[in-house]
Structures are given as structure tokens and as C-alpha cells.
Design a protein around this ligand. Structure first.
Ligand code: ZN
Length: 410
């Protein structure tokens, strides 16, 4: 009898396990201004710890160098590329002043809340603007999004964090927001959490490539370690599956290591460390970009990105199946020449063309289907002489993802 009861209990447990899938939760961390070479020489443990063997890669920021999507390698610009999955030509945050973000390109936080308003979001940040202006809490333009948990704005508290020339107060704030993030993750387990750490960039600006910068990177390593152990705790205690993505917003110049903002290789070269399980060939065989993180989070959390937003997304998911990536589009003598990399040899790709950019102002673009071709073809050409315009948007829509390019006729 006892055995039967145990068996029944086990069967019930098994059924329960099948019926209740693990809740998918994500935390992403931006550690400011750490060039890939600096990180790789710093002998820190998180890339290995989080990334195991295949979850660490060099990545890039800055959009297409010299192209229409070229994006300054500046902090807030990079954060917003991560949040929105698009480059600066769309999100319109050109520097740290954040003058006029184009909120028509929603952040991952808004996409999550729109898909399921019961999901909880959290921001822990050494810079207040990340929540109030990039995520845009309580702004009518963001649908008055509410951030459920936060700790930030401490850089404005000069009583508890008096500003010193050595920026020790920034280190202290990084420690505090990490502690708050860790506590919140352990106790509340928000669905989507952003932790932003600044001290590494301050040391870079002050000292360039230096022992001080290296020490700052070591602090970051410890802070990331605390978040990592909070995730382990959640996964042991709850039916939850956590993905973590750690990255930086830009590299630094190669002369002194103090500056950034330009398009040099070192300023554009960043890195991504993640524990994501289903990393794909696009991740493995190419260099991922900061804009790829948004669609990766969306895919992991099963967030439905509305089609009109998918048509605008510049990033490609780093996990799961992908149809197309790396589109190249040229217009020569009214002939549109389109190339792409295919990751889905059996599927097909719909090629769409629009002459408007009304999405930018909240409108809808009128797409014309040029053709549906086998994805494995990896190229197509069309005469568009009867379709004149000074501006074109080309969208390649595959089964698993969509990529796009603009053409500005000079
Ligand atoms: Zn930065």
C-alpha cells in the first residue's frame, strides 16, 4: 500500500511537472565601457561561470560603419539599442542628453507589459535616466509604463553619496544597486530585470587602460557573481528558468583607452556573456550585435512582438531557429540587388518593399510584396523603375525572424 501511495505521489508530481512549465525570467546587466580586450585580460570569472564554453563572444555596437545606421559608441545610445533592438537612426537617442527618444520603437519592457500586463519589471541603475527616460516610466509616450521594482537616482543623493574626485561614490552606488537587485531577485523574482553598473567607465575616462580600470572590472565581476548566485537560488527554490545576459555599451579608443564615441574597431568591439541554452548558428558563426539582445530576450520569454514591430527590428535572435540575417541591399540603375545569409535552407523568404517611413511617426507603412523566394537562394534582384522613390525600406520576412534595410537615394 505504501508503495502504491508513493507511486501515486510520484505520478502526481510528474504530471504536475508536465502541466506547469517553468516560468521564464531574464536579467540583463550592462557594465559600462569595458573593451573586449580589457575584459579578456582581466582574469575575471563571470564569462566562464555564466557562459560556460559557448556563451561568451565578442560583439559589436555602432550600427553599420559609414552606413545609414551608424550609431555613436556612446553610453545611453548603446543602452537604448539594447532596449529597443534598433540602431540610432530609429530610436533617436544620439547622446547622453537623451533629447528626443523616438518612443514609437518600444523597449523590451514595454513589449513585455503589452503582451502580459501582470509581468513584473525591475531597473537597478547607477543612472536615473535609464528608468525615467529610456524605459520612460510614467510618460504618456510609453503608455505610462510602470516599473514595478527599482533602485536608482543615488547619484543625486550627495548626502549619503558625496561626490569625490576619485569617483569612489560611483563604486559605492554600483555596490548598492547590485545589493538591491540581488535582494529583489531573491525575494520577488521579477520577470525582467535590468542592472546597470557605471564605475568601470569612470575609471576608463580617468585613467584609460590602467590598473585602476582593471580593478574596476574585478569589482564588476564580484557584482555579477552576486546576481548569478541569486539566479541559482531562484532556480533551486522555484519552478523558474532564468536567462542572464551581460554586456557592455561600447569599447574605448585604442590610443589611451580614455575616450569613446567614434567608430574605431576598439570602440565598436564589445562582448556578450550569457547562460542561454539554445544558442544558434547565427551566434556561433557571426559577430552578434547589441541590437540582437532584445529579440533574444523576447524569444526566451515567449513575448509576442507585434508584426509591425518585427518589421522594424534590427536585431536577430541569438537563440532558437533563425531564417535570415546579415541583409545587404543595393540599388543600382533602378535594380534592387538583395543578399542575405540563410539559416533555414528549406523555408522561404518574403521580400517586402515600402517607400514610406510612417512607422517613425506612429503610422503604418504600405508594403508591397515583391516576391517569395526560397530562403536558401540567399539573393534576389528586382527592377523597380516603375516604383520611384528617394527612400525605400526592404524587409525580408522568414518563418522564424525578419530583417530589414533602408535605402536612401542620393
Ligand atoms: Zn558607456
Amino acid at each position: 500500500m505504501k508503495h502504491i501511495l508513493v507511486l501515486i505521489a510520484m505520478a502526481t508530481l510528474a504530471l504536475h511537472a508536465v502541466a506547469q512549465p517553468k516560468k521564464k525570467k531574464v536579467v540583463f546587466i550592462i557594465a559600462d565601457g569595458i573593451p573586449a580586450d580589457v575584459l579578456e585580460k582581466a582574469h575575471v570569472s563571470f564569462p566562464e561561470q555564466i557562459g560556460r564554453r559557448d556563451g561568451y563572444k565578442r560583439a559589436f555596437v555602432g550600427g553599420e560603419r559609414g552606413g545609414y545606421s551608424q550609431t555613436p559608441t556612446i553610453s545611453a545610445v548603446g543602452y537604448n539599442s539594447l532596449l529597443t533592438g534598433v540602431w540610432v537612426n530609429k530610436h533617436n537617442v544620439w547622446d547622453n542628453d537623451i533629447k528626443e527618444p523616438n518612443y514609437h520603437y518600444p523597449t523590451i519592457f514595454r513589449l513585455l507589459k503589452k503582451a502580459d500586463s501582470t509581468k513584473k519589471i525591475a531597473v537597478f541603475s547607477t543612472w536615473l535616466d535609464n528608468r525615467t527616460r529610456l524605459v520612460g516610466e510614467s510618460l504618456p509616450q510609453t503608455g505610462n509604463i510602470k516599473v514595478d521594482y527599482h533602485a536608482d537616482g543615488l547619484e543625486l543623493d550627495t548626502v549619503n553619496y558625496p561626490h569625490d574626485k576619485q569617483s569612489q561614490y560611483i563604486h559605492a552606488i554600483d555596490e548598492k544597486v547590485t545589493e538591491e537587485a540581488e535582494k529583489c531577485i531573491r525575494e520577488q523574482g521579477p520577470d525582467l530585470t535590468w542592472l546597470y553598473l557605471e564605475y568601470t567607465d569612470d575609471m576608463g575616462h580617468k585613467y584609460g587602460d590602467s590598473p585602476e580600470q582593471k580593478e574596476a572590472v574585478k569589482y564588476t565581476d564580484k557584482q555579477i557573481g552576486k546576481i548569478w548566485s541569486a539566479l541559482q537560488y531562484r532556480q533551486q527554490q522555484f519552478r523558474e528558468d532564468w536567462m542572464i545576459v551581460v554586456t557592455t555599451d561600447h569599447g574605448r579608443d585604442s590610443i589611451t583607452g580614455k575616450g569613446h564615441g567614434g567608430q574605431s574597431e576598439r570602440e565598436r568591439t564589445t562582448w556578450i556573456a550569457t547562460n542561454a541554452k539554445d544558442l544558434n548558428h547565427y551566434w556561433r558563426d557571426y559577430t552578434p550585435a547589441i541590437v540582437d539582445i532584445m529579440p533574444t530576450i523576447a524569444r526566451f520569454m515567449d513575448i509576442n512582438i507585434p508584426r509591425e514591430n518585427q518589421l522594424e527590428t534590427d536585431g536577430v535572435p541569438l537563440i532558437g531557429k533563425v531564417s535570415v540575417a546579415l541583409p545587404v541591399v543595393r540599388l543600382d540603375n533602378n535594380k534592387l540587388d538583395i543578399r542575405w545569409k540563410s539559416f533555414d535552407k528549406d523555408g522561404s523568404v518574403k521580400i517586402w518593399l515600402a517607400r514610406t517611413n510612417d512607422f517613425k511617426t506612429g503610422g503604418k507603412d504600405d508594403y508591397k510584396l515583391l516576391a517569395e523566394v526560397p530562403a536558401g537562394q540567399q539573393s534576389a534582384a528586382f527592377g523597380i523603375g516603375s516604383y520611384p522613390s528617394a527612400f525605400y525600406k526592404v524587409v525580408l520576412e522568414g518563418t522564424y525572424n525578419t530583417v530589414n534595410r533602408w535605402i536612401m537615394v542620393k
